[in-house]
Design a protein around this ligand. Structure first.
Ligand SMILES: NC(=O)c1ccc[n+]([C@@H]2O[C@H](COP(=O)([O-])OP(=O)(O)OC[C@H]3O[C@@H](n4cnc5c(N)ncnc54)[C@H](OP(=O)(O)O)[C@@H]3O)[C@@H](O)[C@H]2O)c1
Length: 287
């Protein structure tokens, strides 16, 4: 499916940067919003066209410019009008700074950056978007635009979950055993790497085809979720888990409970309402 909507390029407010986008990533929240899972809160009305406000042209591709030919070096017609009456999505992007607002000191035109756009506005499927300078970081050259665009929500979700589980990243954390389900997925593969950075012992689950990948990310033990041990989430070394970062759906609380240590905590990244009904212990943390 291709959508094509012509709109004006936005102008940055004083604390914003205007970006020419190079890559964007789609998170589950983007397609779940499209499916109406956040109704009646968001979007205010359907049909929901994610790029309607800020795009000059949009297609199926996740990358912009260069050989795909989507963007040109000249900035097309500019506009100050914001279509704040229209809901948007797709927030995680990489791009080049074209212009900065009057109060922005840390970025200049030509800088390569990664940004998280404001959730209620999005605009990441456009050629141009404005981003808050406080939600923008410089992209090092060794990080590709696609790799950068994959970071914002997925990696910060993993980081937030790990910190809640007790990871401190300063060498002072207790030696925790942690279970990360769906470790081959968007959140899970960051969680594994960050957990190892925090010196945690990681047991991970994923599909058989991704076992080598998840091992290469640093997981200490990897379970195929379709194997017997994987189905019951049993650590091969017999470890009980001090924390679980649950990145998949359809696993009941009764499966987790026998595997938790005495003070085990459970961090659930939600997901679907029917799963919440099936698994909702008192010490579950929702995201
Ligand atoms: N991405 C985000 O930024 C974000 C933020 C907050 C919350 N969440 C929520 O977190 C959850 C995961 O999101 P995601 O972006 O990481 O998803 P994803 O990239 O689509 O990953 C899903 C993974 O689930 C694995 N999987 C499927 N069935 C499984 C099972 N029974 N046991 C273990 N793994 C299984 C698959 O592994 P194989 O391919 O190896 O089979 C796949 O890699 C979603 O419910 C999402 O709503 C995501």
């Amino acid at each position: 499916m291709c959508l094509h909507v012509e709109v004006l390029v936005p102008s940055p407010k004083k604390d914003e940067v205007l970006l020419k986008l190079e890559a964007a990533s789609l998170n589950p929240v983007d397609w779940k919003t499209q499916e109406g899972n956040l109704r009646p809160l968001f979007p205010p009305r359907f049909p929901f066209i994610p790029e309607k406000s800020f795009c000059a042209k949009a297609g199926c591709s996740f990358t912009f410019g260069g050989e795909s030919g989507a963007a040109t070096s000249a900035v097309p017609s500019r506009g100050t009008e914001r279509r704040d009456d229209v809901a948007h999505s797709v927030t995680d992007v990489a791009g080049e700074v074209i212009e900065v607002g009057s109060a922005v000191k840390s970025f200049k035109a030509g800088d390569k950056v990664v940004s998280m756009l404001i959730f209620m506005k999005g605009g990441g499927l456009a050629e141009y978007a404005v981003a808050s300078s406080s939600l923008t970081v410089h992209r090092p050259p060794e990080v590709s635009p696609a790799e950068g665009a994959g970071l914002p929500i997925a990696a910060s979700t993993a980081l937030q979950a790990l910190k809640t589980a007790g990871a401190k990243f300063d060498g002072t954390e207790k030696p925790l055993n942690i279970l990360i389900t769906a470790a081959s997925g968007g959140v899970g593969h960051y969680a594994v790497q960050l957990a190892k950075l925090a010196n945690l012992h990681v047991t991970a689950t994923c599909g058989a085809r991704n076992i080598d990948l998840v091992k290469s990310l640093g997981a200490d033990e990897v379970l195929d979720y379709k194997s017997r041990d994987g189905e019951i989430l049993h650590s091969p070394s017999g470890k009980k888990y001090d924390a679980v970062i649950q990145c998949t759906t359809g696993v009941k609380w009764s499966v987790f409970e026998p595997n938790l240590s005495e003070n085990g905590r459970w961090w659930l990244l939600l997901l679907q309402s029917h799963d919440l009904c099936e698994v909702c212990p008192e010490d579950a943390y929702l995201c």
